[in-house]
Write a protein that binds this ligand. Structure first.
Ligand SMILES: Nc1ncnc2c1ncn2[C@@H]1O[C@H](COP(=O)(O)OP(=O)(O)O)[C@@H](O)[C@H]1O
Ligand SMILES: [Mg+2]
Length: 322
């Protein structure tokens, strides 16, 4: 069941830096226990909006609320309810894992047994208990990432804002981060998580929003966005398939021939392979292959990549990267 009051809500949020519209009229809501994937390329405005949610920056216009409290008017209440994990590691030399977490517990004014319990709970959840005595600057990237997540969790906030937590991790560490995030959401936390790679988040997100140049371009459940893409692919409108053709001899000539065909774009010729996007439906693709062979090209392979979320993302945001 979805609570009626959203735990995170952005209302016509704007943030300009001079002429740069880093966040340009973004609105969305995330409900209790949901994971919202905030997806967009570098420079899209993800960090800027997350910093405003964490009350580290103020909007140019609009507002955002955490559990109903305004980040503009009620930043103290917001900070008690929100844990923020920035996209850089704030670790220090000469501080071990226990001291690091204990320091942030103190910063949240946790005292006595409550502080000990908070640090223990976080070390247990992140699996850092075995590393309690290790200096933080000597930790692996994956372990530093756990430590930063732990720091965001120290005051047991209802809302988590995680800025690219899986960036730069090896596959194993990435899977572990995903599992931790899923388990936090299953325990009722509301999570906003960003990435510039859609597939990195698809499995764990209930809702995905695609942001580019400060604007939210598409939003919905992962299934809804997939469905939308399939319908578009079936009707041949908008969304293209990535096609790769291998041909004996004349890849260059095939490239020239393809450039004249309708619904073909972004041609690349590389050795014997020609890659391009095809905006038509599958029937049109089959017709294209037949025409290619009838035109005398010695096709040895024709591969058409089915729609994935990654493709949709690439096409929704195509050409808009700043
Ligand atoms: N403090 C700042 N001063 C000027 N421009 C900024 C500042 N912070 C971010 N920007 C600009 O705002 C845009 C969005 O940046 P950011 O929110 O960091 O994107 P993302 O996190 O999606 O990569 C970029 O064009 C960036 O250069
Ligand atoms: Mg960023």
């Amino acid at each position: 069941m979805i609570d009626t009051r959203p735990m995170i809500e952005l209302r016509h949020l704007h943030r300009y830096f001079g002429n740069t519209r880093a966040v340009d009229d973004v609105s969305f809501a995330v409900h209790r226990g949901q994971v919202f994937g905030y997806i967009g390329p570098n420079g899209a405005g993800k960090t800027t909006s997350m910093r405003i949610l964490a009350s580290l920056d103020l909007p140019t216009a609009g507002d955002a609320t955490i559990d109903g409290f305004s980040v503009v008017n009620d930043p103290d209440r917001v900070r008690h309810r929100l844990g923020f994990m920035p996209d850089y590691y704030g670790t220090y030399s000469n501080v071990n894992v226990y001291e690091y977490l204990d320091f942030f517990a103190r910063a949240y004014q946790l005292r006595g047994s409550r502080r000990v319990d908070a640090v223990d709970r976080v070390m247990d959840f992140t699996g850092l208990d075995v590393l309690a005595d290790k200096p933080t600057d000597g930790l692996s990237k994956g372990m530093k990432q756990r430590l930063c997540l732990g720091r965001a969790l120290i005051h047991d906030p209802a809302v988590l804002v995680l800025d690219e937590p899986a960036a730069g991790l090896d596959p194993r560490a990435r899977i572990e981060v995903r599992q931790m995030i899923r388990s936090l959401a299953d325990n009722g936390k509301t999570i906003l998580i960003s990435s510039h790679i859609l597939t990195e988040l698809a499995e764990i997100c209930d809702v995905v929003g695609i942001i580019e140049r400060g604007k939210l371009l598409a939003m919905g459940s992962v299934e809804a966005i997939q469905q939308q893409a399939q319908e578009k692919a079936a009707s041949g409108a908008g969304i293209s398939n990535a096609v790769e053709v291998r041909v004996l001899g004349g890849a260059k000539a095939l490239g020239q021939w393809l450039a004249e065909q309708p619904e073909v774009s972004q041609l690349q010729v590389n050795g014997e392979a020609v890659r391009f996007l095809h905006a038509g439906n599958l029937e049109a693709e089959a017709d294209l292959l037949r025409a290619m062979i009838e035109a005398g090209f010695r096709v040895v392979a024709f591969g058409s990549k089915r729609q994935t979320l990654e493709d949709v993302f690439m096409q929704v945001t195509q050409g808009l990267v700043q």
